[in-house]
Design a protein. Structure first.
Ligand SMILES: Nc1nc2c(c(=O)[nH]1)N[C@H]1C(S)=C(S)[C@@H](COP(=O)(O)O)O[C@H]1N2
Ligand SMILES: [Mo]
Length: 540
């Protein structure tokens, strides 16, 4: 049936005219344009203040805050660092579908269409203001965007309504209810173009606001360390093809965080406040205050609790910064063992992340740092510029706050940090782990001597030995590379006399306390995966 023609016949005095196909399609298009306009206007409104308050970022962030750990693990495993673009694309597709439906709805019920747009605006507003770092004004971009979208929807859908009938009941123009085609095309083109312009302007504004942060990073001159990192022994890097390098280059360093928009903090404006229980002299420091203190440089391996056995979320870098314990002592903080009232440090980042770290560990003499340098350059924005925490021996989610801006001394009894409220453990020392880097799974090396090599880590305990076995047989001692410090991972290699056929390689490490890595397989939640990494290969 041709809806376009049927319109006139179905029109009765009591029923609103049933729109034809062309008008329905154009109404859907109107909805799309109104939706696009809402997002563009909202991004423009958010740009000068807080780009994070834009509705797509806000809703995405709200989703991230609420997904159960299994879903997060699934997303990280399947999309890796692309998990965030995938999420945003998903939100955009959903929004487009709803926008088209709203356009069609508005054609028949203008009020309901407008109400639906406002509901979406409200979702964006609540999501933005409800983020951990959200402030009430974060709701504004979504509200403004929705209001403009309502106007656009009225304007466009208004053009699709038939022109008033003549007394004789004839249609004004055209077959499809005689709406004003030209008027619609002009209005649709104009609003779409205006929206694109608003969106581009928003982008421009955001990048000019961020230009200050980029310049502050570019201009930062790192101090020479007063306490240099111990020299890495010559044999620490075995330089075997396929084996992770001893120092992970910044661009290859894994990234795990909840930030849909990487925070770009201007170093000149950055401040860190230290306050709370047992702080007798609260302090606020800027980056220059930190740069004037004694700079320490250390090689420290960072690992993520979400890393599966054999997974990629571990890296080793040379960090430059100041000792966190010194700053805390200056503020009057004593660890629990010296009678201090606080047993937890809660670090807060500019994006509202909270990370809880035991005060005792931070002050027990290990190299817990507030770092501003990573592998010889200022921290990359992705890794926490201008300052982040690094604590050897603890998983990142309980120690390594990026974009840090606040340190509060409190107790584990009084406060649960972000991930702890989402089923992860309050305290999480790194588990002894080892990984086979080469050969890769399902590789087909030639029979003969095949180097099996990888890394092992047990930060702050060190790696004493590594063993490898084939097809569940005897464990063979691997040759460990020269040890750097107990806070870094250690490479290892075992020369395997490989015979042809399918074989399963397994690795296990023993840490500096003499404890051997358990073969019991557990998942990442609540405090880190365990089990032996296995790799199956086909020797030819
Ligand atoms: N602000 C902030 N800091 C954060 C996180 C985060 O989501 N936000 N993630 C933590 C986690 S879970 C890990 S494993 C490390 C990862 O640091 P990287 O991304 O520099 O490797 O950062 C930690 N610091
Ligand atoms: Mo993590």
């Amino acid at each position: 049936m041709s809806g376009d023609r049927d319109d006139a016949q179905r029109t009765g005095p009591t029923r609103p005219p049933r729109p034809g196909r062309t008008r329905t399609a154009l109404a859907a298009l109107s909805g799309l344009i109104a939706g696009f306009c809402a997002l563009a206007v909202a991004e423009l409104a958010a740009a000068p203040v807080r780009p994070e308050a834009g509705p797509v970022t806000a809703v995405g962030g709200a989703v991230i805050d609420r997904v159960p750990p299994v879903v997060r693990d699934f997303a990280v495993r399947n999309f890796g660092t692309a998990d965030k673009p995938v999420l945003q694309l998903g939100i955009l597709i959903l929004l487009a579908l709803f926008a088209m439906a709203i356009g069609v709805l508005a054609l028949r019920h203008r009020r309901m269409g407008s109400a639906a747009v406002l509901v979406f605006g409200l979702v964006g507003a609540v999501a933005a203001a409800g983020r951990p770092e959200g402030v009430p004004t974060d709701a504004l971009p979504s509200v403004v965007g929705a209001a403009v979208a309502v106007a656009v929807l009225y304007l466009l859908v208004g053009r699709l309504v038939p022109a008033p009938r003549t007394p004789a009941g004839e249609r004004g123009k055209g077959a499809d209810g005689g709406f004003d085609r030209r008027g619609f095309v002009v209005a649709a083109t104009a609003t779409a173009a205006a929206s694109a312009g608003a969106g581009l302007l928003g982008r421009r504004l955001t990048s000019s606001v961020q230009a200050g942060a980029s310049a502050s990073r570019h201009d930062l001159v790192l101090p020479a360390p007063r306490s240099a990192a111990p020299a890495v022994p010559a044999g620490a890097d075995l330089k075997i093809r396929g084996l992770s390098p001893f120092i992970t280059p910044n661009e290859d360093f894994y990234r795990v965080d909840t930030a849909l928009v990487v925070p770009r903090v201007d170093a000149a404006a950055w401040r860190l406040r230290i306050h709370g229980k047992g702080v007798t002299r609260p302090v606020t420091v800027g980056l220059h205050d930190l740069l004037r203190r004694e700079a320490v440089e250390r090689d420290i391996t960072l690992a993520c609790v979400s890393n599966e056995v054999g997974g990629p979320y571990v890296g080793n870098a040379r960090w430059l910064g100041v000792r966190l314990a010194d700053l805390l002592r200056d503020a009057g903080v004593r660890p629990p063992s010296k009678g201090g009232p606080a047993d937890q440090i809660v670090a807060r980042s500019v994006d509202g992340m909270t990370i809880g770290t035991p005060v005792e560990e931070v002050m027990d003499g290990r190299d817990a740092m507030l770092a501003f340098g990573m592998n010889g350059e200022p921290l990359p924005f992705e890794h926490g510029f201008p300052v982040r925490m690094v604590v050897p021996g603890l998983y990142g989610y309980v120690s390594a706050c990026k974009w840090i801006e606040d340190i509060e001394l409190t107790t584990f009894a009084a406060y649960d940090a972000y991930w702890v409220r989402r089923d992860w453990a309050q305290q999480a020392p790194v588990k002894t782990e080892s990984r086979i880097d080469t050969p890769r799974p399902l590789a087909s090396p030639k029979a003969g001597i095949v180097p099996v090599a990888g890394v092992a880590w047990a930060q702050h305990r060190g790696i004493a030995r590594v063993e490898v076995r084939v097809d569940g047989g005897e464990w063979h001692m691997a040759r460990p590379a020269a040890a750097d410090t107990r806070d870094t991972w250690r490479q290892w290699v075992w020369e395997w006399p490989a015979t042809s056929g399918r074989h399963t390689l397994q690795v296990r490490a023993t840490d500096g306390t003499g404890a051997t890595q358990t073969g019991v397989r557990t998942g990442t939640v609540p405090n880190g995966a365990t089990g032996w990494h296995s790799v199956v290969v086909d020797v030819s």
